[in-house]
Design a protein around this ligand. Sequence first.
Ligand code: AMP
Ligand code: MG
Length: 334
Amino acid sequence: MRKYLFFIILSLFALTGCDSMQKYDTQFYDVFDTVSSLSVYAKNEEEAKQYQKAVHERLLELHRLCDPYNGYDGINNIKAINEAKGAELEISDDLHNMIEYGINAHKKTDGAINIALGATLEIWHRYRSEALEGKEAAIPTKEELESTRALDNISAVELTKNGVRITKSGTALDLGATAKGYAADEALKLLKEMGCDSALINLGGNVGCYSGSAHNKPWKVGVQDALDPDGLSDVIEISDGFVVSSGNYQRFYMYNGKKMHHIIDPETLMPAEGMSGTTVVCGSGADGDMLSTALFILPKEKGIKLAEEYGAQRIYLTDADGRLEKYPAVTEEN
Ligand code: AMP
Ligand code: MG
């Protein structure tokens, strides 16, 4: 069973300004293997509960679709696709969108984001789980990792109009780098459709918010200090948008005094070196999620250029030694 990692990524607090509306907070522990929180403004508890229930159901749906480890009756999810042995499986629009996004991200990042990295990620997942279960910490051998390199092949992922087919035996999808951002987008879209005036969601470091008409004051989102996850590097005031973070403190185990974390550099097949935390402020949850992971892997200048292309408004990069660099003027007009 995957470990839940309790990290209070961000301290969140909303400034009220609307008399009839009240803020209702809740948490979910059963989606995306992380702790999620949701704040909604509503007239009363009954209305708030409707929002919370609808968001929870939508998140569960997306969680199940993206789950590479568990199967669910009647759902063609990532596990089913990975085990389809070359057969084409019909998939939902959500999965289609996410896989298409991932294929595109692979191109945009020169392969740093690779949703077909599943075979390699599975090896690291096994070593991490064993270490966290108390077995002696170890890392995969070079041979073990190299045995999956040829499988990490995005061209083996063939999207059709309504389905997907993995054409190479052993190639496996993993949407972990982008799924939470897509889910944050979808949760906020749903709340807006339902008429919720103002909301903030935090899916394990993927924070998305909008103020709508409930009040005109921004949300405050704390950027977690990568070297001291109890502290904050900054507090961002934001009314509408996303603040997305990736960190080597999110899922890791220690080996020989080194953090073996969950973001894998497809070139070395080892945990990406150079960064300990990345945060992106931008207008889309999916983009923020993809970019925060890509910034972790890509050479710094290349990552910043990519984030600029995606219209990121702000970037925070904490290197391995804890030096924090902010790029506040990336594209101020966005
Ligand atoms: P995030 O927490 O958004 O930075 O994403 C990390 C997750 O993405 C990991 O737990 C893996 O499931 C997955 N992942 C790790 N490395 C890569 C990579 N190079 N490309 C695509 N997905 C990755
Ligand atoms: Mg990500």
